[in-house]
Every structure is written in C-alpha cells, then in structure tokens.
Design a protein. Structure first.
Length: 364
C-alpha cells in the first residue's frame, strides 16, 4: 500500500514539474490546485486525495482535510470557468458537492464539548465564510464573461446556485452543531459567557486570516480591471475609473473594519468591492448593478464616525471578555478551595472517628 502511495506521489510531482505555466492569475490558480478537471490525470489526483484522507486519523483531522479539499475544488471551478471549460467546471462542482455531503455527515456527529471540537467549529465557520466569498467571485466572473453562449451561461448560473445551496445547507448543520457544543459545555458547568468567549475568540482568529487573504485577492482584481481600462479609449474609461476608485475606497474601509474586529461589515465591504471591480470589465452592461453597489459609498466623515463607534464597541467587548476570563479564573479557584475544604472536613471527621475509637479502647 505504501509503495503504491509513494509511487503515485512521485508521478504527480513529475507531472506538475513538467507543466508549462503562464505568469498570470490563472497560473497562480493552477499552482494552487495542481492537476485540473480538464486533465486526463484528474481521476488519479482524486484517488490520491482519498488515500490522503484514509491516512488522516481522527474525526477532527479528517474534517479539516475535507475543508481544504472543498476550497481547492472551488478554485478548480473558477479556473475552468476562466478557461471556458464548462464541462470541467461541472466536474469540479460535483466533487465539491461530494465533499460537502461528507462534511455534513461529520458535523452531525455527536460532540463531547472539548477544546478540539470548539477549535474545529471555528475553523469550519471561517472556511465556509471564505467559500461563500469565493462563490460570489465565481458568480461575478460569469456575469462579465462575453464569450459564453446563452446555454453555457445558464449552465454556469445553475452551477453557482448549486454551490450556494450546498453552502447554505452546511451552514444550518454547523449552527446546529454549535448549539450541541454549547449544551455540552453548559452541562460541564461552563457558563454562557465563557462559552461565547471561547467560540468567538477562535472564530475571530480564523475569520481575520480568511478575510485578509480575500482582501489581497480583491486587490489583484482591482489591478486587473485597471489594466483592462488602460487599454480602452480615455473618454470611455473615465467613468469606469471613477467606479474603480469606489471599489478601492470600499476595500480600504473593509481593512479598517477588519482592524477593529468588525468582521461582518468587513465581509460585506469586501464582497461589494470585489463585485464592483469585476463588473467594471463588463463596461456599461452592468451599470445598473454597479450603481446599486455604489449606493453604500461612505463619506470620509461618516467613515471616521463609524470607526470611532466601532472602536468603542470593540473596546467594551474586549473588556467584557477580560472580565469573563477573570470570573472564570475566580470561579475555578473557588471550586478548588471548596474541594480543599471538603477534604479538610473529611480528614477532621476521620480524625474524630479515630479519636473516638482510641478513647473506647483506652476505656476498655
């Protein structure tokens, strides 16, 4: 078994090393995903993934591996759409659906309420958040692709809706799992504030990383749109450049929101900036949709006010988390003292019993 495994690893390494890769966004995607659905070796790579999963031990570790594979499948979908390989994009989407089905089964399993499960819960939430943004990215790219037939566009739109439905369904299962975790932790005597602090702290670390990576991706999309506009007639490009500037401003605001831990607002702004940046490449065809995205443009004064208010909220939340942690430490200390008092009481009772026995013996 091991010989077959290492032989397959070597074969895939050789194939990847010999591939001709262009220096472009597609090349970066190809580098991320390795062998793509349009390759004759795609089935072999899937077999390799199954072997890797088989050699991964523990439910939590397997779930993490599945999340990694799911994100890779979405990148494959995006790459195949960029290359106009609709059938291959469908293959990747089908594989993503299989992974999500397995993940659904894993998150429905019973939980014990340990730290590993809390950490995994946060990782799953972060990964699904990231996948949702990736799906919106795919949707925007389909909208601006001019070389698609009506039938191809319809197929791809159906593919996107299927991806969104899968993610929506797993989100419901994840929420149900979180409720189970909370119930288990409460049964162990952990109060609601501590449970919330544990889950939020881990979740925020994952979200922060995922959203920062997504911001870098949007910056690349803005650069790509800027290159597109530079090739157009100056007069024609002028209005679109104004829209691109709004995309930049929205992304800047997203970075500010991220710094103060306002993750939901940061996510909204990242998505708006992404859609606006990509739709610019559709010229006037998506003017109405771009105008809707621009409606949420925030003035500099309001931006400063929002940031100041958010800072206060984050400060209050941080102080409350600190208080909760102190309360937890104090309550744990009291429990230990209580145990010590009980032990002392037991020892006193034992000593009293021994003294009584000794007095009886002396009396006899």
């Amino acid at each position: 078994m091991k010989k077959i495994f290492f032989a397959m690893v070597f074969l895939i390494f050789i194939m990847k090393a010999s591939a001709q890769v262009e220096v472009s966004e597609n090349a970066a995607l190809e580098n991320d995903v390795g062998i793509t659905p349009d390759s004759n070796f795609y089935g072999l790579e899937n077999a390799m993934k199954r072997i890797r999963l088989a050699f991964t031990f523990g439910d939590e570790a397997k779930a993490r591996k599945e999340l990694e594979f799911a994100q890779e499948r979405l990148k494959e979908v995006k790459l195949m759409i960029e290359k106009n390989k609709i059938e291959a994009a469908g293959k990747a989407e089908a594989k993503h659906k299989e992974i999500i089905a397995r993940l659904k089964a894993k998150v429905e399993m019973d939980v014990e309420g340990n730290d590993e499960e809390v950490e995994l819960q946060s990782e799953i939430v972060s990964s699904i958040e990231e996948q949702e943004i990736e799906i919106e990215d795919i949707k925007a790219r389909i909208q601006v692709k001019g070389e698609l037939s009506d039938n191809q566009r319809q197929l791809l739109n159906q593919l996107v809706e299927s991806l969104k439905a899968d993610n929506k369904e797993i989100r419901l299962r994840i929420d149900a799992r979180e409720d189970k975790l909370k119930a288990r932790l409460q049964a162990k005597g952990i109060n609601e504030e501590e449970i919330k602090a544990r889950l939020e702290e881990k979740k925020e670390i994952g979200l922060d990383r995922a959203l920062r990576e997504r911001i870098e991706n949007v910056k690349r999309q803005i650069e790509k749109s800027e290159e597109y506009l530079n090739k157009k007639d100056a007069t024609e490009a002028e209005k679109l450049k104004a829209d691109l500037q709004i995309a930049r401003e929205k992304l800047g605001l997203a970075e500010d929101e991220l710094k103060i831990g306002n993750y939901e607002e940061a996510k909204k702004l990242i998505l708006e900036s992404l859609k606006l940046a990509v739709l610019i490449r559709g010229d006037d065809k998506f003017k109405e949709e771009r105008d809707k995205l621009k409606e949420r443009k925030v003035s500099e004064e309001l931006r400063k006010e929002k940031l100041e208010n958010a800072r206060e909220i984050v400060k209050e939340r941080s102080e409350r988390i600190k208080e909760v942690r102190e309360e937890i430490k104090e309550s744990r200390g009291k429990k230990i003292e209580s145990y010590d008092e009980d032990d002392d009481k037991d020892e006193i009772e034992d000593d009293d019993e021994d003294d009584l026995e000794e007095r009886k013996e002396n009396k006899i």
